[in-house]
Design a protein around this ligand. Sequence first.
Ligand SMILES: [Zn+2]
Length: 183
Amino acid sequence: MRPIREERLRAALINTSQRERKALILPPGFGSLPRDGLDHLGWRDPKQPLVGYVFAELENDVVGVLLRQAERTPGTTAQCSWCEDVQLPNPVVFFSAKRPGAAGRNGDTVGVLICADSECSRNVRKRPAMAYLGFDVEAARQHRIERLREHVTGSRGISRGPDAAESALVHAPRRRCPRRGRS
Ligand SMILES: [Zn+2]
């Protein structure tokens, strides 16, 4: 993910009120975070442990969403729908996100089951086990990295799909939120 300035990051949150954008607390070491090996940027709000933020690049732009961890606890074998790690190295939890714009203000939310502390980028970069003689470990690893990017910015993630009824986590409006300052 490319570097992004703080004010641009706040403005990129698409499903929040102005107050929530101002209240966003940056992740520790924000200015010096390593960008390589980071498919999306995600962290928990230190003051509100059930609140998390996820930012990803979409069509040469950065878009972010505020997520809230749900009370509901997934089963012990729940798999992250973004990194799909089968070794379950970290907890996976349900998050809900308000839809952007009027739908979200009216209480319309969508849910997603993902790694509790945004471990996905790390998980997909692990070298997979040799599945069979001649198995191309590096190709398999690259494939997982690409799949994660597709999931985060596709129908399981922060999508810009034109049809708001699709089952994506959040659909960004096609145009920039025209009422951003007043929401
Ligand atoms: Zn994950």
